[in-house]
Design a protein around this ligand. Structure first.
Ligand code: PEP
Length: 245
């Protein structure tokens, strides 16, 4: 399976930031893994036309479950696809926490994304209190069950394991902790979909200095990267580590 290095710019980036993409493309014209940038919605169409014909793909950071309607401020999956997106991140812990997105809401968005021809990157992860309480695997399993609707197409699905306490904190789980969750995810998805070809990303404070160690963990097929995806040099280091894994 080809690895995926996915960058989530969150609410960062203006037109000026596209110079980082130019630098990234110049340094990595033919990466040995799939490379994706999910910019803020304001930059999506611009970035998509900029990277057209290159190895770099573009994605959204969220979508609404409906295709259109009275939902001020929201963006639908067909709109993302029309703007040039191939992927959309769904159920990121910041959406779950800041916008009260339940597993059922995420599931409805997965259906909408796949109906629009987008690949869904579905995020799951435990809080620190849940990990300390020994509930990590229960939480992950439940989130997967509730966030993947009936009819999910495994060929258009990526899962990102992102411990909430590791996002933007500089802290990462041990390799054994990541391995335990990824093995559980692999087993659960194989059981449900009959395939072990669904890419499993790790996300949470991935940077060039820890990427190689993380990519050596069984069933880690890439990374979802926040802060370190904003600078070409940092994201480039992660792309190199994944290409070499
Ligand atoms: C994220 O928000 O998905 C993420 C992994 O952020 P960071 O890499 O900054 O921890």
């Amino acid at each position: 399976m080809r690895g995926l290095a996915a960058g989530n710019w969150k609410m960062n980036g203006t037109g000026e930031s596209l110079s980082e993409i130019e630098a990234l493309l110049a340094a990595h014209p033919t990466p040995g893994c799939e490379v994706l940038i999910c910019p803020p919605a304001t930059l999506l169409a611009r970035l998509a036309s900029m990277v057209h014909g290159t190895a770099l793909k573009v994605g959204g950071q969220d979508c609404h479950a409906a295709a259109s309607g009275a939902h001020t401020g929201d963006i639908s999956a067909p709109m993302l696809a029309e703007a040039g997106a191939d992927y959309v991140i769904l159920g990121h812990s910041e959406r779950r926490a800041n916008h009260a997105e339940s597993d059922a809401v995420v599931a409805a968005k997965v259906s909408a994304a796949q109906a629009a021809g987008l690949k869904a990157i579905v995020c799951v992860g435990e809080t620190e209190a849940e990990r300390d309480g020994g509930r990590t695997l229960d939480i992950i399993t439940t989130q997967i069950e509730g966030s993947l609707p009936e009819g999910t197409d495994p060929a258009c699905l990526v899962i990102a394991y992102e411990p909430v306490w590791a996002i933007g904190t500089g802290r990462t789980p041990t390799t054994d902790q990541i391995a335990e969750v990824h093995a559980a995810l692999r087993a659960q998805l194989a059981d449900r979909f009959g395939t072990d070809r669904i890419a499993l990303l790790y996300g949470g404070s991935v940077k060039p200095s820890n990427a190689a160690e993380i990519f050596a963990i069984p069933h880690v097929n890439g990374a979802l990267v926040g802060g370190a995806s904003l600078k070409a040099a940092d994201f480039g280091g992660i792309i190199e580590a994944l290409s070499a894994a």
